[in-house]
Ligand binder design. Structure first.
Ligand SMILES: C[S@@+](CC[C@H](N)C(=O)[O-])C[C@H]1O[C@@H](n2cnc3c(N)ncnc32)[C@H](O)[C@@H]1O
Length: 203
């Protein structure tokens, strides 16, 4: 990724015209990977998981979650246009907006210290890749933000194009790869290239 992916101005320019786009994989594919973790909670029960979707962009992940009954979803992006696009996508799909939308910087989240304001599952679909363009300091700020937003027993599921995205010292998480997704080949002899879905548990 070029370095501009860390800059809000890049995303602002992009979202002036982009209304819908999926990074790396479709939301349905991502959901099929995270569903076993989500389904540990019943979506219709009061224990429905509190989900934080970091760097929501113009993806329809919130719609996929909502159509599966997961309504306690907070979509966060630091670019206000992304938040506007997210609302528009939900409104167009369901006729109303029931998930939450917040403009915030994922490297400086301030979740209320009481457990009620924390999240059971934080998901990001390639947002970690964009933030990592800002270097290790930005990446570690994101990791520490996510860490302090997680409720007891909470997890972070992150999709990245990089096989070494979390190979960083001082990471306050244990890391496991839960899926390797092959990317499409354009020619038969092209090398195998994968996207990686990581499960991170606070340490
Ligand atoms: C690679 S896109 C991924 C968008 C979406 N998750 C998807 O799968 O299509 C990265 C998104 O993260 C947002 N973003 C980048 N840095 C951010 C930050 N520090 N805080 C919050 N959002 C950020 C961008 O505005 C953009 O929407």
């Amino acid at each position: 990724m070029p370095a501009d992916f860390e800059k809000q101005s890049y995303w602002h320019e992009r979202f002036l015209s982009e209304t819908s786009f999926e990074w790396l994989v479709s939301s349905e594919s991502f959901l099929s990977i995270i569903e076993p973790y989500l389904s540990q909670y019943s979506p219709t029960h009061k224990d429905s998981p509190r989900i934080l979707n970091l760097g929501s962009g113009t993806s329809d992940l919130q719609n996929c979650l909502r159509s599966r009954g997961y309504l306690d979803v907070t979509n966060v992006d630091y670019e206000p246009l992304a938040i506007e696009r997210g609302r528009q996508l939900e409104q167009a799909a369901f006729g109303d907006v029931r998930t939450k939308y917040v403009v915030a910087d994922a490297t400086q989240l301030t979740c209320d210290l009481s457990q009620d304001q924390k999240f059971d599952i934080v998901v990001d679909k390639s947002t970690v890749d964009a933030i990592s363009c800002g270097g290790t300091t930005a990446f570690l700020r994101m990791a520490s933000s996510v860490r302090q937003c997680l409720a007891d027993g909470g997890i972070w599921i992150s999709l990245s194009y990089s096989s070494s995205r979390f190979a960083i010292e001082q990471l306050p998480f244990g890391v496991e790869v839960i899926a390797k997704i092959p990317t499409p080949k354009f020619r038969e002899n092209d090398p195998e290239i994968y996207y990686y879905c990581y499960l991170l548990r606070p340490e």
